[in-house]
Write a new protein. Structure first.
Length: 310
């Protein structure tokens, strides 16, 4: 099956609404997590068709909590895709902008990306630590959100954390808010620098070469549905503040980075098999701790299409 038909086939294979009793909205419980963001959703089976009331409730919950955790799910690939399609289209970058799992022939990623170190399942992210970031930040239209489904887990490590960039922005002093209002940031594609084992720079100074296309996005982004605003900045990816003095821009970026990744803005998720975590990619960052190289970890990710940030 080609990439272009994978989602269509999943929706065509999805259970018909009249074939299954749909849970009423009153059966769905959303319990906030005792952290800076996140809520646990219970009372639903993601493999089944959902009523409009349930989907609307979940969309409102995501706007409020930024991260939703669905426990004890059992889904085939087509069921995961069908569930994700309630929340948007599948992320498709331009074919000249490389992202995780971009196919060498089609130049686009598959609908479902194996986030794995397991041989034969993608091997895309290895076993090392991943610093706080938002997915596809360097593309012209970054993904709006992602669903990550846990299938196989190591005995230790591999913990994923999410960071609330809305609260981090709201906690800034007014002087800093005034300074960053209206600024644009370029996040450079990290895959273009992974030709060797050299360290990716944290800031691009004017005397350094530019690799690939550059897409400026607001340093403070606004959610297109809720209107909430957050600091749109990864923790370590190579960036540049547009039109700023090199030293001034680098200092500002490092100050904001140190602020956003404080523990008080974090939710730390310890995975269990069957978890689906759905997060807003526009107002959060996420990271991962390392885990032993000899232990397998397999999760499957569906990223949703987004718009140009504003």
């Amino acid at each position: 099956m080609t990439v272009s038909t994978q989602l269509s086939a999943a929706i065509a294979q999805a259970p018909r609404w009249y074939e299954y009793p749909k849970p009423g909205v009153e059966a769905i419980h959303i319990t906030p997590i005792n952290a800076a963001l996140g809520a646990v959703v219970t009372g639903m089976d993601a493999s089944q068709p959902q009523s409009w009331e349930v989907i609307l409730k979940l969309k409102k919950a995501l706007q409020a909590h930024l991260v939703l955790v669905f426990k004890a799910q059992q889904l085939e690939d087509h069921e995961l895709l069908a569930f994700a399609s309630y929340f948007g289209g599948i992320f498709r970058p331009p074919t000249d902008v490389h992202v995780l799992a971009s196919n060498h022939q089609t130049l686009v990623p598959p609908d479902i990306v194996p986030v794995s170190n397991a041989v034969g399942e993608g091997d895309y992210t290895g076993h090392g630590e991943l610093s706080p970031h938002s997915d596809h930040h360097w593309t012209p239209q970054p993904s709006s959100g992602s669903l990550l489904y846990a299938i196989e887990l190591p005995g230790e490590g591999g913990v994923t954390s999410w960071y609330n960039t809305v609260q981090a922005y709201e906690d800034l002093d007014q002087k800093t808010k005034d300074e960053i209002e209206g600024l644009q940031l370029i996040t450079y594609n990290p895959f273009l620098r992974r030709t060797d084992n050299s360290q990716i720079p944290r800031y691009r100074f004017s005397d350094q070469p530019v690799l690939g296309a550059a897409f400026p996005h607001p340093l403070v982004s606004t959610h297109p549905e809720s209107g909430r605003r957050g600091i749109y900045l990864d923790a370590q990816t190579e960036v540049e503040v547009v039109g700023y003095d090199d030293q001034k821009g680098a200092a500002l970026v490092e100050r904001l980075r140190a602020h956003v990744v404080q523990p008080k803005y974090r939710y730390e998720h310890h995975w269990t098999i069957g978890d689906i975590v759905y997060w807003d990619n526009q107002l959060t960052l996420h990271s991962r701790t390392a885990f032993p190289a000899g232990q397998r970890r397999l999760l499957k990710r569906v990223s949703l299409a987004g718009a140009r940030p504003f």
